[in-house]
Design a protein around this ligand. Structure first.
Ligand code: ATP
Ligand code: MG
Length: 270
């Protein structure tokens, strides 16, 4: 079954885009069919996987306002996954969407047509709680929250959890937290260690075991239009995202209902 996963945190620069691009590439490498949706007018996820932000091409903006479909707009990357690109045009969506019916459901409805073609659809949300992020959270099954373990992180998290509650109550009752991801981790910092422990205390098994270290190769790779596994596979950053992808797949198969497993097994024996 397809899982739509929104990578979100209203705080800027915490590693959302780095996570969305690298996780897409690593899940694809592990055999998953992946679509990455760039929901940020900055278009960093688009360029980060080697797709140009040409002004003329249709982007997720045209999809949201109903002028193009996902099938017409998505672009195959060189890394075994597909991207629904964004560019500056998307900044206008906030205003244009106000006029449209069902404005919170535009992305969900558009993805409905291609959903079954993918195992994972990852949404790279902008650092704001605007109509684009709301569209992402309404389309999503779960959210992944990348965060830096620093003093204000937990405060921001309280706001985010409250937002998710509101979305669940009003727009998307099935939305769940998939997991919290510690990014740009520096184990030498005492504060980092302390915040990290507090996070585990509050959120328990929702915190991924995999931790993304601060690693310069992760910061360099986007300027070459490559995910880290294609840029420097042996780097600590690339390896950390591969382990994260594995952890996500393991968690998923562990959560699969027993009845489904049994049906599959008996199917295999028949
Ligand atoms: P925004 O809120 O602006 O969308 P973001 O949350 O998507 O930002 P990124 O763009 O992924 O964050 O990362 C912010 C900056 O930090 C980028 O320059 C990125 O290359 C760098 N960066 C991200 N993760 C790491 C890491 N683990 N190690 C080193 N640099 C990193
Ligand atoms: Mg970003």
């Amino acid at each position: 079954m397809t899982k739509i996963l929104a990578v979100t945190n209203q705080k800027g620069g915490v590693g959302k885009t780095t996570t969305a691009v690298n996780l897409s590439a690593c899940l694809a490498e592990l055999g998953q069919r992946v679509l990455l949706v760039d929901l940020d007018p900055q278009g960093n996820a688009t360029t980060g996987c080697g797709v140009g932000k040409r002004a003329a091409m249709p982007t997720v903006y045209q999809v949201l306002i109903g002028r193009s479909t996902v099938a017409e707009t998505r672009v195959q990357t060189a890394f075994a996954f597909t991207v629904l690109p964004a560019n500056r045009d998307l900044a206008g969506a906030e205003v244009d969407l106000i006029e449209l019916k069902q404005r919170e459901y535009r992305l969900r409805d558009a993805l409905g047509a291609v959903r079954s073609e993918y195992d994972y659809i990852l949404l790279d949300c902008p650092p704001a709680l605007n109509m684009l992020t709301v569209n992402g959270l309404v389309a999503a099954d779960t959210v992944m929250i990348p965060m830096q373990c620093e003093y204000y992180a937990l405060e921001g998290l309280t706001d985010l959890v409250a937002t998710l509650k509101r979305i669940r109550a009003n727009l998307n009752p099935v939305l769940e937290i998939e997991g919290l991801l510690r990014t740009m981790f520096d184990p030498r910092s005492t504060l980092t260690q302390q915040v990290s422990r507090e996070l585990e205390g509050h959120f328990g098994s929702k915190v991924y075991r995999s931790i993304i270290p601060r690693n310069v190769r992760l910061a360099e790779a986007p300027s070459y239009g490559k995910p880290a596994i294609a840029f420097d596979r042996a780097s600590k950053g690339a390896q950390a995202y591969l382990l994260l992808a594995q952890e996500i797949l393991e968690r998923r198969s562990a959560n699969r209902p027993v009845a489904t497993d049994q049906r599959q097994q008996s199917g295999a024996e028949a």
